[in-house]
Design a protein around this ligand. Structure first.
Ligand code: DOR
Ligand code: ZN
Length: 346
């Protein structure tokens, strides 16, 4: 007995596509299922100016599979030297959809991020004026703050002060991983949303650490304890329009993951929708999947939902999920949730 589910075609509101050969390797995995994606700017060097975004967008377009109608929604990487006029020109021309704030040193390729938040205040004011959303990687980087507490401390010490100083600024808390993050969104209905990843809905830190360390589950912000996963699941399945899918699919070559100092990131793009359908099914919330994956994100960004649709099918036996994606001599391991997934995109 099979069951099918047809949804408006989803979008991915947080995606790493990288560049060059890796871009070629991973882009089809997203364009196969998603109509649009917010493209993260943490290349080396990062996408900082309007000219950088133009050229990265052209490289993405050139790498698109033939016939694909995928739309990359570009972002700029905020630095302490970002020029407000350049940012405003990029936004008003429609080239970029948002600007990403990485606290300096918080994660992969974040060295050019912001250390002194006062320095970017004038740029944030300008973004508020023109309606350009700020996407935040919400973790403090202070060495004395435990890695599992970094999101909650960021909310108190950085995010809330920014929002109070610039209340008109539209903010997305990217990849929230804690109950604190979900509660902060709920408590602040104005101009605030949050993306949630597939791995943070499916896994907690026990999955990553008990019985051996699993590098393919290591991402940032790091998986938290179970009660946080439950809070995220309840936010994602609640129907609250301020929560939407951002996979944070972040490919790294397998050798960089399975190494003494493992790179942060889960490569979920090929299996994200199948895993998400399984997660919503297990939670008895399949009727809320379309809102989370296909409607809430466009609503937040002021865009129309996609016109076309995708169909997911549930089989009696678990789907054979792809294990890796070829990338020259450096294959990329695909996220494996470690539990059966009966859904697949058909
Ligand atoms: O796990 C992560 N990987 N978190 C991030 O914030 C960055 C990303 C990457 O670029 O690899
Ligand atoms: Zn990311």
């Amino acid at each position: 007995m099979t069951q099918t589910l047809t949804l408006r075609r989803p979008d991915d509101w947080h995606l790493h596509l990288r560049d060059d050969a890796m871009l070629q390797a991973v882009l089809p995995e997203t364009t196969r299922h998603f109509a649009r994606a917010i493209i993260m700017p943490n290349l080396v060097p990062p996408v900082v100016t309007m000219a950088d975004a133009q050229s990265y967008k052209a490289r993405i377009k050139a790498a698109m599979p033939q016939g694909s109608r995928f739309t990359p929604l570009m972002t700029l990487y905020l630095t302490e030297n970002t020029e407000a006029d350049d940012l405003a020109a990029a936004y008003s021309s429609g080239l970029i959809s948002a600007v990403k704030l990485y606290p300096a040193g918080a994660t992969t390729n974040s060295a050019s991020g912001v250390a002194n938040f006062d320095k970017v205040r004038p740029v944030l004011e300008r973004m508020a004026e023109i309606g350009c959303p700020l996407l935040v990687h919400g973790e403090v980087t202070d060495h004395d703050i435990d890695i599992f507490d970094r999101e909650a401390v960021f909310i108190d010490r950085v995010l809330d002060p920014i929002r109070r100083a610039t209340p008109a600024l539209k903010v997305v808390m990217e990849h929230i991983t804690t109950k604190d993050g979900a509660d902060y969104v709920r408590a602040n209905p104005e101009r605030l949303g949050a993306t949630i990843t597939v791995q943070h809905l499916m896994l907690d830190r026990n999955h990553m650490l008990v019985g051996g360390m699993r590098p393919h589950y290591y991402c940032l912000p790091i998986l938290k304890r179970r009660e946080h996963r439950e809070a995220l699941l309840s936010a994602a399945t609640s129907g609250d329009k301020r929560f939407f899918l951002g996979t944070d699919s972040a490919p790294h070559a397998t050798h960089a993951k399975e190494s003494e100092c493992c790179s942060a990131g889960c490569f979920t793009a090929p299996v994200a929708l199948a895993c998400l359908a399984q997660t919503f099914d297990d939670a008895g919330a399949l009727d809320r999947l379309e809102g989370f994956a296909s409607l809430n994100g466009p609503g937040f960004y002021g865009l129309p939902p996609n016109e076309d649709s995708i169909t997911l099918t549930k089989s009696e036996s678990p789907a054979n999920l792809p294990k890796q994606v070829e990338n020259g001599s450096d294959p990329i391991t695909v996220f494996d949730p470690g539990s059966p997934v009966y859904w697949s995109v058909t």
